[in-house]
Design a protein around this ligand. Structure first.
Ligand SMILES: [Ca+2]
Length: 381
């Protein structure tokens, strides 16, 4: 107990020191950086990151800032020791040894700027080391309004470029774009889509809205999808933004409820998760009720998620926390607070990585926001 308190005290001191350091040495250049060519922006950030890394070694395994001054980061991927994060306004950040480099993404369509939209989900190709390819999900200004598409990107000459369209015309409205991409243990691509603010679409099996989709990495429909010739893997989702699998292959998704009633569901092929017929704790035959729900009086606003052994970790935007769901005892708790809005989580071996989302227009960013953090999972024991 005392050790925990001591740790907290040091953490507070460290955070204060970091804020002073950042405040003294670096004016707020967020706006400028976004206008500058990548290389100049990189130099600005490298200095800060190195100082950060040096300072942090004194508290070692506890909590480390791996990158800062990120601009509405949305997803985390990692290849060896290199992180690739999408930023919603259409850039991809590479973070290696505390150095932050920002790259342009050349897309075929103009990115949508409506709330919650932009360059969202991102996964590296299975052969990324050889082909420098990835798959991304983004919202663009379509003929009928905001629309989402899933594309293949290739990194060449310091630019990510859209080379192939995998799936187009995923409905989007002014909100609820879905957007999470993940590679399943079956090496298929899974994508969450939102209801595009038209709840009925989540129950329409001919619509790609309000679903979890499953596809081959070339964009074709797998032969073993629950409905033949359909991308739909599960239906009745309002706005799912988190996907993860346990080691035994059990799939989970997190989902934003309508004013509270946020959900964490086990995802089974072909099942209907109820929206808008039921939500939260409600039950009806033929529809799935979540494993965990925030209930009608509480909001997590859950986005990305990851798992470790029999625990799920979910990022909370409005909840401003990381939630740990213990599947063994069926309870959950907050394990990270005090860093503002959290967008997503990545777990590798015994470390958890997370990005904040205080620059997304709904938070109170500090000069250092947004940030990529690393913490040892043993800290939650
Ligand atoms: Ca539901």
């Amino acid at each position: 107990m005392r050790r925990k308190k001591e740790k907290k005290k040091y953490l507070l001191l460290f955070t204060t020191f970091l804020l002073i350091l950042v405040g003294c040495t670096t004016p707020d250049k967020t706006e400028e950086i976004s206008e500058q060519p990548t290389d100049e922006a990189t130099e600005e950030t490298i200095g800060e990151s190195q100082e950060t890394a040096t300072t942090e070694e004194s508290i070692s395994e506890e909590l480390t800032v791996l990158g800062e001054k990120l601009q509405t980061p949305w997803s985390i991927t990692k290849s060896d020791d290199v992180f690739y994060l999408t930023e919603r306004e259409g850039t991809i950040v590479k973070i290696e040894n505390g150095e932050v480099e920002r790259y342009e993404v050349q897309l075929e369509e103009e990115l949508s700027t409506v709330a919650e939209a932009g360059l969202l989900g991102f996964v590296l190709d299975l052969d990324f080391e050889e082909n420098r390819a990835a798959i991304a999900y983004y919202t663009y200004e379509g003929k009928t309004g905001p629309t989402n598409r899933i594309v293949r990107l290739v990194f060449e000459e310091n630019t990510w470029t859209e080379t192939n369209l995998l799936l187009d015309d995923i409905p989007s409205g002014d909100f609820h774009h879905g957007g999470r991409l993940a590679l399943g243990p079956d090496e298929k691509l899974y994508a969450t889509t939102g209801d595009a603010t038209v709840p009925e679409l989540a129950q329409d099996m001919d619509s790609l809205a309000g679903k979890i989709l499953r596809m081959n990495l070339d964009g074709s429909i797998p032969d073993d999808n629950p409905t033949s010739d359909s991308y739909v893997y599960s239906s009745g989702h309002r706005n799912a933004q988190g996907l993860t699998w346990l080691e035994d292959g059990t799939m989970y998704a997190s989902e934003h409820g309508n004013q509270a009633n946020d959900e964490v569901n086990v995802i089974d092929a072909g099942q209907n998760y109820g929206w808008p017929i039921i939500e939260g704790e409600q039950a009806q035959e033929g529809l799935m009720t979540p494993t965990f729900t925030s209930g009608p009086d509480r909001t997590w606003a859950p986005s990305g998620m990851a798992s470790y052994e029999d625990k799920l970790y979910v990022a909370g935007l409005r909840g401003q926390a990381i939630y740990e769901f213990d599947l063994g005892i069926g309870e959950y708790r907050e394990v990270i607070t005090d860093y503002g809005r959290i967008r997503t989580i990545y777990i590798e071996e015994d470390h958890l990585y997370y990005i904040t989302n205080n620059t997304d227009g709904r938070g109170n960013p500090t000069d250092a926001d947004d940030r990529l953090f690393r913490i040892g999972l043993s800290e939650f024991e």
